[in-house]
Design a protein around this ligand. Structure first.
Ligand SMILES: O=P(O)(O)O[C@H]1O[C@H](CO)[C@@H](O)[C@H]1O
Ligand SMILES: O=c1cc[nH]c(=O)[nH]1
Length: 240
């Protein structure tokens, strides 16, 4: 049955869903990966597709930007459409000096300045962590002989922030000093919702810019197209 934000029927989604922020990127991914992709939802222009990759079912759907938007879609997918694992494929800003534009980050955990997970268990600072099996599968895919990787693949903690344009003074440097690799805006929410529903989750992120050195930042168009390395790892995790 359709939900307030997804106009699909049970069975329309595969057990594994890739989720980029941008619905147009969802369409591009579906066209790149699948010969048989069909549109399963388009409420609010948030396009979702289902098809097969190498004979295995897979769905791709946009999430929108930010933790509230991601939480709405992930909650409906896990609770109403039989989805068992969600792999976010998004862009992120580099924080650690060794992380370069074009690199890929497998987010094993996500700090956050959002209250969304803090509200889950009163009195508890929730730890937003990726599913170990999915993270391991993505990492192993990055080490495989056939990996024609554009940039370096890193695995480690990121931060999911609410603000895109506002950063408290000195925060980026302090995060870097604490081993944080990159910043984006959704993974902590995804890991929280997955924990709530006993599901699996991972974020595989392409570094589109660097907060401490803007000389190599991607253009808006590059942010939409330079994600094939991360996509390959995400598909490996989805079908592991
Ligand atoms: O490229 P996507 O997946 O949208 O991810 C990043 O880009 C958006 C900000 O430009 C935020 O959603 C952030 O998390
Ligand atoms: O949230 C994000 C995503 C990409 N790049 C950033 O600097 N921040």
């Amino acid at each position: 049955m359709a939900t307030p934000h997804i106009a699909a029927e049970p069975g329309d989604f595969a057990p594994a869903v890739l989720m980029p922020g941008d619905p147009r990127r969802a369409q591009r991914i579906a066209e790149m990966l699948m010969d048989d992709a069909r549109l399963v939802t388009d409420v609010r222009g948030m396009l979702g597709f289902t098809g097969t990759v190498d004979g295995k079912p897979l769905s791709v759907m946009g999430s929108g930007m930010g933790q509230p938007s991601f939480t709405i879609y992930a909650t409906e997918l896990f609770s109403q459409f039989g989805v068992e694992r969600i792999i976010r494929v998004g862009t992120a800003g580099g924080i650690a000096p060794r992380v370069k534009v074009g690199d890929v980050v497998i987010a094993t955990g996500a700090h956050t300045d959002s209250a969304m997970n803090q509200l889950r268990i009163p009195g508890v600072n929730f730890s937003a962590v990726a599913d170990f099996h999915l993270a391991q599968a993505a990492w192993e895919a990055s080490r495989s002989a056939e990996a024609a990787q554009d940039g370096t693949v890193h695995a480690g903690p990121i931060i999911s922030r609410d603000h895109f344009y506002f950063t408290p003074e000195g925060q980026t440097e302090r995060l870097a000093a604490h081993g944080v690799l990159a910043v984006e805006m959704e993974a902590a929410a995804l890991y929280g919702v997955a924990a709530e529903f006993g599901a699996q989750a991972l974020a595989v992120l392409t570094i589109s810019d660097h907060l401490l050195d803007h000389s190599e930042d991607m253009s808006a168009q590059e942010r939409e197209t330079r994600f094939t390395g991360a996509l390959r790892l995400a598909v490996a995790a989805a079908h592991s």
